[in-house]
Design a binder for this molecule. Structure first.
Ligand code: NDP
Length: 448
């Protein structure tokens, strides 16, 4: 197995569009606009810059720390989660770092009535769902009921089956469109930034994309024997699922973690990466149909894989209930309870993430291979927000997607994926808000 990477030979062609969000398009603080159809505010209007963030994990924490730095867009933020004390802890950190006040609430977002009641009370312009994928449909339903726009970072997943696909959420397109509402799906890093990188490549770097490889490397070390960098239950379900990639109009399935390559990541070094299925493959295949092959790769260390194998072998990653001392428990949920909380890893994590897209295709009739990627430093992310880079690289794009919706730069009626919008304002905000990106031209396609 050879090692391929960018070190040493690729030419850096710069980071275009470093400009911040165009000021003239931002709303005035407290500007009030008419609600769309289905709106619920008693007086018929709503504060344009108020958001309701649901969830209080690492991703939500980063998103609200970033929102607090843009009070001209995020005039007011309410954070609600299953356990209010977690929201209160995040709110205290935001207040201490940025002097910005956040309201906090408790909600069970599986309960549509309770979530709709909360939305009616808070009267946000937008609901930012940073809870778990299980809550996507109930929160979308609550948004439809109350006439409020919606954003998330991960697609719906039923609890009893380790399967994620966009079907359930895409099925709500007509209802959102008829209500004059917008739902933006997958505004994290992958999906999210990687989807926007693809549309940026198609808009500026290649006339046509033939192949796309998404490479996700976490070169960070948290010093624990075994821990996951985001919700352990969601992470382990994703990693242990069969790999799938898209080739010539077909989905090709291979056993989980069975295809390995080594890649030399800029500022991280050589890492083993494994072919996986990831949700943006489904939406990219739908929205960029000219691409012949789309693959997703993620790096894992030998230590992580060794623990995962043992946990699988002893049945600890099962998602079906087992009877323990007379009551049902789900082994994976129990495992989550004994693993370190991802949010607690921030303080000890050192190193960098490097996530990006490598695309081949043609530009002005010539074959080209281009690489667009971001490098994020765990310790810098922690210094700014109290969270490590995996939460940071997800929470920042969630804030940016929300900002583009609130300012009307990304607008539509219905349910949308990230690659359906103009990449430029999003790419500009990445540069201005902590996730700068680079473009390199590679000498040729990946040799594998
Ligand atoms: P965490 O598990 O740290 O946080 C999830 C939060 O949701 C917790 O505060 C939890 O509450 C809350 N929650 C869970 N169930 C409910 C419920 N029924 N009602 C209200 N709140 C609830 O996860 P992360 O912050 O790491 O991840 C958040 C989301 O981001 C996930 O959907 C994840 O899949 C996604 N993600 C997306 C990425 C991307 O690049 N697109 C990358 C990484 C994550 P409590 O603390 O009380 O349990």
């Amino acid at each position: 197995m050879g090692v391929y990477g960018v070190s040493g030979f690729a030419s850096n062609v710069g980071t275009p569009h470093p400009s911040p969000l165009p000021r003239e398009r931002e709303p005035r603080i407290g500007q009030r606009v008419q609600l769309g159809r289905g709106g619920s505010a008693p007086n018929g209007d709503i504060n344009v810059s108020k958001v309701l963030v649901i969830g209080a994990g690492g991703v939500a924490s980063v998103a609200v720390h970033k929102m607090a730095q843009l009070p001209e867009i995020f005039g007011a933020v309410t954070m609600a989660s299953r356990r209010k004390f977690k929201c209160d802890a995040v709110a205290a950190s935001v207040k201490e770092r940025f002097g910005y006040d956040i309201d906090t609430e408790e909600v069970d977002a599986d309960d549509v009535d309770a979530t709709a009641a909360l939305i009616e009370r808070v009267e946000p312009k937008l609901v930012v769902n940073l809870a778990l994928p299980y809550q996507d449909l109930s929160i979308m339903e609550a948004c439809l009921r109350t006439g409020i726009d919606y954003l998330d970072t991960a697609n719906y997943e039923p609890r009893d089956e380790a399967k994620f696909e966009y079907k359930w959420q895409w099925d709500l397109h007509d209802r959102f469109r008829e209500a004059g509402l917008m739902a933006l799906l997958g505004s994290g890093f992958d999906p999210g930034v990687t989807s926007v990188f693809a549309t940026y490549i198609r808009k500026h770097l290649l006339d046509r994309i033939d192949t796309l490889d998404i490479l996700d490397c976490n070169g960070g070390d948290h010093g624990q024997h075994f821990a996951t960098n985001f919700n352990p239950e969601i992470n382990i379900r994703e990693v242990t699922a069969p790999a799938r990639h898209y080739e010539n109009g077909e989905w090709i399935e291979t056993p989980a973690l069975s295809t390995k390559q080594c890649f030399d990541f800029d500022q991280v070094g050589e890492k083993n990466m494994y072919l996986m299925y990831h949700e943006e493959l489904e939406s990219l295949a739908r929205h960029l149909p000219e691409i012949k092959r789309i693959r997703f790769w993620m790096t894992f260390g030998d230590q992580y894989l060794k623990h995962l194998e043992v946990l699988q072998n002893v049945g600890m990653t099962r998602i079906d209930p087992v009877i323990y001392e007379g009551r049902e428990i789900v082994p994976l949920q129990f495992l989550k309870a004994v693993l370190p909380e991802p949010a607690s890893l921030g303080e000890t994590t050192r190193g960098k993430t490097n996530i990006g897209d490598i695309a081949t295709g043609t530009k002005d009739g010539e074959q080209k291979t281009v690489y667009v990627y971001n490098i994020c430093d765990h310790e810098e992310a922690y210094r700014e927000t109290g969270n490590q880079a995996v939460s940071y690289t997800t929470g920042v794009p969630a804030m940016i997607g929300a900002a583009l919706m609130l300012t009307g730069q990304w607008r539509g009626e219905g349910v949308f994926n990230m690659e359906e919008f103009d990449p430029d304002p999003f790419m500009a905000m990445l540069n201005g808000h902590g996730l700068p990106w680079q473009v390199r031209e590679l000498p040729g396609p990946l040799p594998f």
